[in-house]
Design a protein around this ligand. Structure first.
Ligand code: PFF
Length: 448
């Protein structure tokens, strides 16, 4: 790893940063919302299968590309290409991923802004500033604009400082705290009326729904979104890992952390939804559909916290602060994708590149803020349900069909001497070549 590019200083540093990118609003806002709108436990089941059988292998493909190329996605893949059409294909895939990352950041910053405003609300309530507290938790153009701007400024500030000082330092300590708080809240919800029904809805799948096209495509998008795939992010993070590390196990650990946190978040939110409904909060319409849509988490959680009295104010503060930090460790990874590309390809200084790109993405966010539900849904679906799985699929195609097999195997072996005896070694290369691209294509074909 060249010193001037920067890199993760330790194995733990990478796990925390990659898990920091993976764990975010996707786990705690996206996954429960998707689960609630797509038939509960059936969605959970499909999600788990797709996360381990398709997202993990694709995740490994991206990490390996990055570590081999030691550069941004486009440059890394072009290093593996020998013919002109391969180089063009590499550009298309790498640059497509970077565009996806930028599009995702444009709406992600808005929802992360909501998390920040919900974190400040309990402080205002404690100080008796009821009007300000209400303003913070009510949808308005001004609030969305101000908090998106604040969140984007924080993201830009960290990325300007680079990998070690910025990304790695910020990713520490958060994960254990988040997991601890989630578990405590799950136990609390378990003691409340109505939660049993919620646990059943979450854990007892209706198998007949498993092959529904909408459910499949949403679960696929969610699995790829949650692992930050198809965005060039994991390629660039892979490029910062030392050649001495065992990538196969690092990737598996990050996947496990990510899926577990999503699973825990669902275990909290879905039962809490039923508790809220039992307490008279309108969650479901008469036909059983959800009333709140993308606001689900922001309806259910505050209602849960308010049932805890004064303690609820502190819990709400802790929860939304942790969520804001989780969102930040994801958003910095999204900004890192275009920034590293511009810095490495165009030679622009990191500070300048970060500021220009950050402002550009914020302008797009502003358009979304003024047009919120239409634009937000459109960009979210375009980038996450289509863009990410397609780009990730093309990365698998790239590894399987363009990158020379001997080089792929040599890269897997780096930092892992005994890999030749493993299941991964025997299965992953052909699995990524044939099964992953066809399975992803099949889900698309089925959903069309
Ligand atoms: N994986 C993040 C989450 O679950 O919140 C979202 C994300 C991060 C998506 C980075 C895409 C990305 F490039």
């Amino acid at each position: 790893m060249s010193v001037s590019r920067g890199g993760f200083s330790s194995r733990m540093g990478f796990i925390l940063a990659a898990a920091g990118s993976a764990v975010g609003l996707g786990n705690i806002w996206g996954f429960p919302t998707q689960t609630a709108s797509n038939g509960g436990a059936a969605f959970v089941l499909v999600y788990l299968v797709l996360a381990f059988c398709l997202a993990y292998p694709a995740f490994m493909a991206e990490l390996l590309i990055g570590r081999y190329g030691q550069a941004n996605a486009v440059t890394s893949m072009q290093k593996m290409s020998h013919k002109l059409w391969q180089k063009r294909f590499a550009f298309l895939v790498g640059f497509g991923g970077i565009i996806c990352a930028a599009l995702i950041l444009s709406f992600y910053g808005i929802i992360a802004g909501w998390m920040m405003s919900y974190a400040i609300e309990p402080i205002m309530s404690l100080m008796g500033m009821t009007d300000a507290a209400n303003w913070l938790v009510t949808q308005s153009l001004a609030r969305n604009f101000i908090f998106t701007a604040l969140f984007m400024l924080l993201t830009i500030f960290i990325i300007r400082r680079g990998v070690e000082q910025g990304i790695e330092k910020w990713s520490k300590r958060l994960m254990p705290m988040l997991i601890g708080l989630l578990i405590l809240l799950i136990i609390y919800v378990f003691t409340l009326d109505g939660s049993r029904e919620g646990f059943a809805a979450y854990l007892n799948p209706d198998i007949s729904r498993v092959f529904e096209p909408d459910l499949l495509i949403s679960a696929l998008g969610q699995a790829f979104f949650s692992l930050s795939l198809g965005t060039s992010v994991m390629v660039i993070y892979g490029s910062y890992i030392s050649k001495k590390e065992n990538l196969v196990s690092l990737g598996a650990q990050v996947t496990l952390i990510d899926v577990s946190i999503a699973f825990l978040a669902g275990l909290l939110i879905i039962p809490a939804m039923y508790v809220a409904q039992a307490q008279g909060v309108a969650i479901f319409a008469e036909d059983g559909s959800l009333i709140s849509g993308s606001n689900l988490v922001f309806t259910v959680l505050p209602s849960l916290f308010s049932g805890m009295g004064m303690v609820g104010l502190f819990v709400a503060f802790g929860f939304f602060v942790l969520m804001s930090i989780a969102a930040l460790t994801s958003s910095i990874s999204m900004l890192e994708a275009p920034v590293s590309f511009i810095v490495e390809r165009k030679g622009l200084p990191r500070e300048k590149a970060t500021t220009y790109i950050g402002i550009g993405i914020f302008c797009l966010s502003t358009l979304i803020v003024f047009n919120i539900s239409f634009m937000l849904d459109f960009i979210a679906i375009l980038a996450t349900q289509y863009g990410q799985p397609i780009i990730a699929m093309l990365c698998c195609v790239f590894v399987g069909w363009i990158w020379q097999r001997s080089e792929v195997l040599a890269e897997i072996k780096q930092g892992h001497d005994t890999v030749e005896h493993s299941f991964f070694w025997k299965v992953w290369p052909w699995y990524t070549k044939f099964i992953c691209p066809s399975a992803i294509a099949l889900v698309f074909w089925h959903s069309l």
